[in-house]
Design a protein around this ligand. Sequence first.
Ligand SMILES: O=C(O)CCC(=O)C(=O)O
Length: 282
Amino acid sequence: MSNVLADEQVTAYHRDGYVITRGLFDADEISLLHRSALEDRELDRHAYGRADGEGGTVRLSLWNHPGDTIYGMFARCRRVVDSVERLLGGEVYHYHSKMILKDAKVGGAWAWHQDYGYWYHYGVLSPLLTSISIAVDPATRANGCLQVLKGSHLMGRLDHTLTGDQAGADMERVNEAAKRLERVYCEMAPGDAMFFDANLLHRSDQNRSDTDRWSLICCYNAARNDPYKDGPHPRYTPLVKVDDDAIERVGLRRFEAEAAEGTWVRSDAADTAGRFKKATTK
Ligand SMILES: O=C(O)CCC(=O)C(=O)O
């Protein structure tokens, strides 16, 4: 199966800063991912929280190298990586992946930000990066789905400052942008996926609903955009693609099966406030 983005989806991505592909993963694949994540003690043990500035806490686990787990199969499969290569116009490598663990009732909010607002500080010269957010649970307005300002990637990188433990984009500009650009609530069913540009302004609300909203986000950098210095995420490291059927072949292979040292990125070294603070205050 080759399920690379179609021309009109690529056009939409460049125009809007994102594109949603419905049913990129089928029910069996997502059920494997869901079960793996729910039962994965390592994923849970390495999860960390940070204050969202609204009285809640966002929880996530973050790792740099895709590896041979089921999460790695999602991050390395052709339908994802070939699509990202189409979007970025050449070879890409895995920059990191994270599981967003937005739990029912308590899941925290994410402030308006651009991912390149952080990654800029890690020696990444150009915003030639793309992320894919894969819905593990249904993502709805009620349980805090991603929101975007459509077309905001064209504004270029904004300044970011700290809100709670999170670095958020300059709200004066975000508020002006919100008057001119459409805010889209990106509701998704399990298996839907959203590719989005590193400069797209996005946020999400707290999850006050009765249902979890977990998602797997895999981030890629263009090989030709190799960071000029070491940062919390890897410099160019060739990505070995796997065939799309690898997800089902590998099945429930969790981090427990592959607890390599150095897999995890500590909260204060990841693309979080700690690092941001270090990078931006002298
Ligand atoms: O999925 C979410 O709720 C927000 C995630 C996010 O904004 C990010 O990882 O940059």
